[in-house]
Ligand binder design. Structure first.
Ligand code: ADP
Ligand code: MG
Length: 332
């Protein structure tokens, strides 16, 4: 099968720090298929944001892409490496092909300008063929889709909108040039639960309408079960597991994925019995030899501390572990 839309191929990204190079992403490979929704999960600091932002080219100044490619397949079938594109080539792809959405609190809107101006500026920067009239009528349609009143929103200033309204407005803006790939970095983290729920439902509706592919980062596994087709687990800068969403929840194979799942509070478990993965994440400036999860892993042996496991694939899923968790069947 070769219908991926985005392919991370052996990507390594580091940050220059006072202590030396910090290896935020190490030899990460992962495909996002056409129309697929991939959840990127893992503890804070494991490299999710670094990997995701590298695609759109907005890494911090201290970051360096040490190796690898982020291949994007355009609608005409041409493949481009997002890391190798010139700035103006990339500008023409962003928003129309690939768009990244952050938390609204990260102020995607200019505080001193009315919302409509942001719609106009964004569209014209990426597609000069669109005029004000087109932008106005399209933004009205999209704002209605996210259940907002266009007349009110377009002529408001950002501070006049609640967090949830801003996030819905941002979702409408994100869709305006009908991108083929959406990258979302914890898009609902700053919102209350009811608003989160609303945004997620809208995202699902939008996906049904527009059919875009999606990579989204979250630390909330209930969001994963609602939005993802596939789950990719990262640990200390590495992709350690990739599985269809049902397999992931039913039978995670990497001990780290298993730990993440066991750490979810359940109604049936008293909170004082809640599991948490022992130990802490490794120092990414001086990572230990072997499997990076080994020091925290109940299944690790001598070999794990010495040799790094390669990723193994089987039946549409993959994991990098010498001693994977036994496979569970739905009937067990
Ligand atoms: N600007 C930066 N300078 C130095 N280190 C950074 C910078 N941004 C992120 N890092 C480090 O890179 C690693 C990965 O960070 P990040 O990609 O933000 O992880 P995640 O999104 O999974 O929480 C972390 O160890 C983090 O401390
Ligand atoms: Mg992050």
């Amino acid at each position: 099968m070769d219908n991926w839309i985005l392919r991370f191929d052996d990507v390594s990204i580091s940050y220059r720090t006072k202590r030396g190079s910090l290896h935020a992403v190490s030899h990460a490979s992962l495909d996002v298929m056409e129309g697929e929704s991939v959840a990127l999960i893992g503890e804070s600091g494991c490299g999710k944001t670094t990997l995701a932002t590298s695609v759109v080219g907005i890494l911090p100044l201290a970051a360096r892409i040490d190796s690898g490619r982020a291949l994007y397949r355009k609608s005409d079938g041409d493949v481009v490496d997002m890391y190798a594109l010139a700035r103006n080539e990339k500008r023409l792809l962003l928003w129309k092909d690939v768009v990244m959405m952050f938390q609204a609190s990260q102020s995607s809107f200019n505080p001193v300008r009315r919302i409509f101006t942001t719609f106009v500026d964004t569209v014209k920067a990426h597609d000069p063929s669109k005029n004000d009239e087109w932008i106005l009528s399209r933004s009205r349609e999209l704002l209605k889709m996210v259940m907002l009143d266009p007349d009110k929103i377009l002529y408001s200033y950002p501070h006049e909108l609640s967090g949830g309204m801003k996030q819905r407005t941002l979702l409408a803006l994100t869709m305006i040039l009908e991108p083929r790939l959406l990258i979302l970095d914890e898009p609902t983290t700053a919102l209350d639960l009811i608003t989160q729920e609303k945004i997620l439902r809208l995202l699902n509706d939008m996906r049904r309408t527009f059919g875009f592919s999606m990579v989204f980062i979250t630390h909330d596994l209930s969001i994963v079960s609602e939005l993802a087709d596939r789950v990719v687990t990262m640990y200390a800068g590495k992709v350690v597991e990739s599985a269809p969403v049902r397999d992931f929840f039913l039978s995670p194979r990497h001990p780290y994925s298993d730990g993440l799942l066991r750490a979810i509070p359940r109604l049936s478990t008293p909170s004082d019995e809640l599991y948490s993965i022992p130990g802490t994440t490794p120092d990414l400036v001086a990572p230990p030899a072997g499997c990076l999860f080994a020091p925290r892993c109940g299944r690790a042996d001598e070999r794990c501390g010495r040799q790094e496991p390669e990723s193994e694939s089987c039946g549409g899923r993959a994991w990098a572990c010498f001693h994977p968790v036994e496979e569970k069947n739905a009937i067990d």
